[in-house]
Design a binder for this molecule. Sequence first.
Ligand SMILES: C[S@@+](CC[C@H](N)C(=O)[O-])C[C@H]1O[C@@H](n2cnc3c(N)ncnc32)[C@H](O)[C@@H]1O
Length: 304
Amino acid sequence: MKAKDKWKRGLPYVGNKGQKAEQIIDLLPPGNRLIDAFGGGGSISLTASAASKWNRIVYNDIRSSVVQLLKELITGNSIDLKKYVCVNRQQFLDWRDKRPDSIERTLVLICYSFGNDMNSYLWGRKNEELKLMMTRALFYGDTGTIYDEMFDKYRGEAGIMETYSWFHKWRRDRMGISSRSDLLQNLQNVQRLQYLAELDQLEQLQQLQQLERLEYSSRDYRDLTIQEDDIVYLDPPYYKSGKQYGGFDHDAFWEWLMECPAKNIYISEYTKLPHTEVAFNLGKKHSFITAGKRKDELLLKVVK
Ligand SMILES: C[S@@+](CC[C@H](N)C(=O)[O-])C[C@H]1O[C@@H](n2cnc3c(N)ncnc32)[C@H](O)[C@@H]1O
């Protein structure tokens, strides 16, 4: 994916459709309005807003702080992402357990959790020390280690993306290490947010205009007003994986689905469900966490 399109992936949020979003958007029928009822990190809504298949796109998720975070990144400018490049385990746990829900709390929990599940800290204890030290050296130069040399190049004055690229270059030139794997996952996560925050730069203005078609909504999916001619895309907590989202009621979901007035309803799932046909098999999910037990991702169409 080209750098200029990376904003379309949205927030690094558990269950993010990631690379599959473009494919899904290509497969969904055009129409007046697309409803992304379980919008999560926003990859479907954002990719949809860049395509010209719908006049309006409703990005909805019950977690209002996730919706607010995405909205603030795109339309506001109150978040200084550099404040969040270095969050340790204790700070993460404080945010998670002691602070009320907010945009900042959501930002920290998304960027510093393992698998972006907003629950467990990103690194194990052994790794934590090294990764935070490298990040500190890069952005603050105050670790008393050889890594502080990296700070001299920008002295905290460049953006996160530029600084992180410099980190790889410095390691390659100075230490002879060229691997670019998920080394500082924290920075990769914050960088994802940065792509959204930078959409108001001149060369991205066209995308920003396209995003005016996006409507932000944080309701329970059952409270959405849906019309017959809406294209409805549903990516609910997966069947049998309800515990991740505090126990999703799949029976209630099915009842609602059967009553939903829209003619075109599509669902992302791993299992074919009753009253649906497989509209497309998107292949295996790419994720280091699900490695080993990967299933095919299906796009189901509801048939009533
Ligand atoms: C599998 S994730 C969606 C991921 C999304 N497609 C993406 O690309 O990031 C499921 C989402 O459903 C949301 N959700 C759970 N219960 C909901 C409800 N009753 N109404 C609306 N959204 C709900 C969760 O907060 C979660 O973000």
